[in-house]
Design a binder for this molecule. Structure first.
Ligand SMILES: C[S@@+](CC[C@H](N)C(=O)[O-])C[C@H]1O[C@@H](n2cnc3c(N)ncnc32)[C@H](O)[C@@H]1O
Length: 626
């Protein structure tokens, strides 16, 4: 058998076990033979592109399904790809695996023909989904950290000089991401401290990154801090802050003056934030390992907070990656700015559950984890039953010399099963997104309750209307119920191509960045502003589990933060219940609900998760000061 097949199959096996990235696994497995690696790499990528189609064909040829016990699955899909979709359409070499698969060539070819007729396509390539046929290439964005030497202009110029000295050409005009040469870069037109490189440029080990001079951050992810733009000396909360990319940009905008409270619930991710912001020379950050929902509005420490950045956990449906778009989300390995949201979903489900138990009133639209688990169990049972039926039909067919008919029935059954499963998965995903939206609303709702608050920025890396415009609308409806006290700010009005969906008054004041248009990850930003800032904010209802401080903390002076030695454990801090007040009615907006959900929960930013030092004690306050 051809060696490449075995090598490609091994890489796919390891990808399925989440042991690394396509590139890493391919190149580490070869003994430095670049030519062999390149061939294997191309074969892995092409096989993965067609994986869903090949799976469907295997499903249509039940005999092949049975051969999975003789030929390992990864090798089977590599060979079927070669036979049906490669330019030569042959399996090279010999061997038992090839022999086994070739027995079913006729059935596979006719299954492929039927599939094309059913999907009304002439070419095999048209069987692939759009995001695989025309993948979006995002450039590599590099943000220059002005705190590195205290002056934006010289930090930018030094970084440019360093890249030029390394052989990169600075081009004057922005070009399409696909057209930036491997050794070229340009300065972003909107933000000169952002440099734009070819997608394949790898800067993860670059000295300037390790020194904190540059940060690998997608342009879209810089927007919330740029737009909120707190002046030096102000007091700011970054409510969901890790890994800290936006926090460090806020700190740079504030020229290290004033105070940022960086709140992060996850201890490990907080460690990453501490590492990243320390490396970036941020000196005005107090990192607090707690839930933002546990912060008290009447805590004197937060009495001067005027700006809050809310970038809560989201579905990550806007995140587009380099190669991992080829992989089902569950196989992908890249780290990203957005965390694993399964825990968050569990938390929200649990709090919705306990809330439902205490409120035996109106039915809610959300589905609990237990409901989801029940559904999954039922789906599994259903699948088992149908597989049993398929096998029985197949057996009977053989007995009655009626093999062809029973196989056709089995294939139709399998098709039906697949459709039902897809439908269920879609429903589950919608429920999951709705839960996230409720959580996101609870975060911004909490932000509006601080007494001196003037501006709240809300962002997600989601493309779903439910998590974006709908959350903003629900917040505005709550805030302005009695009197109009908050409004949306018309941010970057000249960006007329990337506005929020126009579905209610001023909803287009927000910004929606789209990979195919803006060459950034999919992103949403909305800025809320208090209309009458002479009136202090009225605290909104506090979550019932919010702890009362045991002693009154001394307020920190806004302009000269002192290092804190106190560490507050949260033994008295219970898990917050997210919805104490009346449940917010889901928005009536129906337009453009739940966009395309090709979400690979990965990001290009790998700079911030390597070798982080775990913090010593749980729920700690960490003061970052010089
Ligand atoms: C989208 S990420 C934030 C990315 C970050 N703003 C950045 O740009 O680097 C959301 C973060 O919120 C944290 N989080 C979730 N629920 C939280 C809560 N109730 N309080 C504080 N942080 C929370 C998650 O652990 C995660 O790190």
């Amino acid at each position: 058998m051809c060696d490449f097949y075995q090598q490609a199959a091994n890489v796919i096996d390891q990808l399925i076990q989440k042991k690394g990235s396509i590139k890493g696994l391919t190149y580490s497995g070869q003994s430095n033979n670049t030519k062999t690696s390149k061939t294997t790499y191309a074969l892995v990528c092409e096989t993965l592109k067609y994986k869903d189609v090949v799976d469907e064909i295997i499903g249509m040829v039940p005999e092949l399904e049975k051969e999975k016990s003789n030929v390992k699955y990864s090798l089977m899909i590599v060979m079927i790809y070669e036979l049906l979709f490669s330019s030569k359409q042959t399996i090279k070499g010999g061997g038992i695996a090839k022999k086994t698969i070739m027995q079913y060539k006729t059935q596979m070819v006719s299954s492929l023909a039927r599939m094309k007729i059913k999907k009304r396509v002439a070419d095999s390539i048209d069987l692939l989904p759009e995001h695989i046929r025309n993948p979006i290439t995002l450039p590599r964005y590099v943000r220059i950290n002005s705190l590195f030497n205290g002056c934006m202009e010289s930090a930018v110029q030094d970084a440019i000089n360093t890249f030029v000295a390394e052989g990169y050409d600075k081009i004057d005009k922005p070009v399409q991401a696909n057209n930036i040469g491997e050794k070229e870069f340009y300065q972003d037109v909107d933000f000169p401290e952002i440099l734009v490189f070819n997608a394949n440029v790898d800067l993860h080990d670059h000295k300037m990154l390790l020194d904190g001079h540059i940060i690998l951050q997608d342009k879209a992810s810089c927007m919330p801090s740029y737009i909120l733009s707190p002046p030096p000396g102000s007091v700011v909360i970054d409510s969901c802050s890790a890994p800290g990319n936006k926090t460090s940009l806020l700190s740079a905008q504030m020229k290290n003056k004033g105070q940022i409270f960086a709140i992060e619930k996850d201890k490990k991710r907080m460690g990453t934030l501490v590492k990243l912001t320390t490396r970036s020379q941020c000196k005005n950050i107090e990192a607090i390992n707690d839930s933002f929902l546990n912060l008290r509005h009447d805590d004197p420490k937060y009495k001067d907070v005027e700006y809050i950045l809310c970038d809560p956990s989201c579905s990550g449906s806007g995140i587009v990656n380099r190669l991992d778009y080829l992989l089902p989300t569950k196989y992908s390995t890249d780290t990203n700015e957005n965390e694993d949201i399964d825990d968050i979903i569990k938390d929200i489900s649990n709090s919705s559950n306990s809330k439902r138990q205490t409120e035996s009133t109106t039915a809610t639209t959300t589905t609990s984890t237990t409901d989801n688990e029940k559904n999954k169990k039922e789906m599994k049972k259903d699948k088992k039953r149908k597989l049993k039926e398929m096998k029985a039909a197949e057996k009977n067919g053989k007995k009655g010399n009626n093999n062809k008919e029973s196989l056709a029935a089995a294939a139709a059954n399998a098709e039906k099963l697949k459709e039902e499963q897809e439908e269920k998965e879609k429903k589950e995903e919608e429920e999951r997104v709705q839960l996230l939206a409720d959580f996101q609303l609870s975060i911004i709702r909490h932000a509006f309750g601080f007494p001196s608050i003037k501006r709240v920025i809300y962002s997600t890396c989601s493309i779903h209307q439910v998590e974006n415009e709908d959350v903003v609308q629900r917040a505005l409806e709550e805030l302005n119920k009695d009197k109009e006290t908050w409004r949306l700010v018309n941010i970057l009005p000249h960006w007329n191509h990337s506005r929020g969906y126009s579905i209610y008054k001023n909803s287009e004041y927000s910004i929606r960045m789209t990979p195919s248009i803006d060459h950034t990850i999919g992103f949403f930003v909305a800025l809320f502003e208090r209309i009458d800032t002479t009136v202090k904010a009225k605290p909104l209802p506090i979550p019932i589990s919010q702890p009362k401080p045991t002693k009154t903390p001394t307020p920190a002076p806004a302009s000269a933060p002192t290092p804190s030695t106190t560490s507050t454990t949260t033994s008295q801090q219970q898990k917050p219940v997210l919805f104490k007040s009346e449940p917010t009615k889901p928005s009536n907006s129906t337009k453009k609900k739940l966009g395309n959900n090709n979400n690979n929960n990965n990001n290009n930013n790998k700079n911030n998760t390597k070798g982080e030092s775990p913090m010593k004690s749980n729920k700690k306050k960490i003061k970052l000061s010089s």
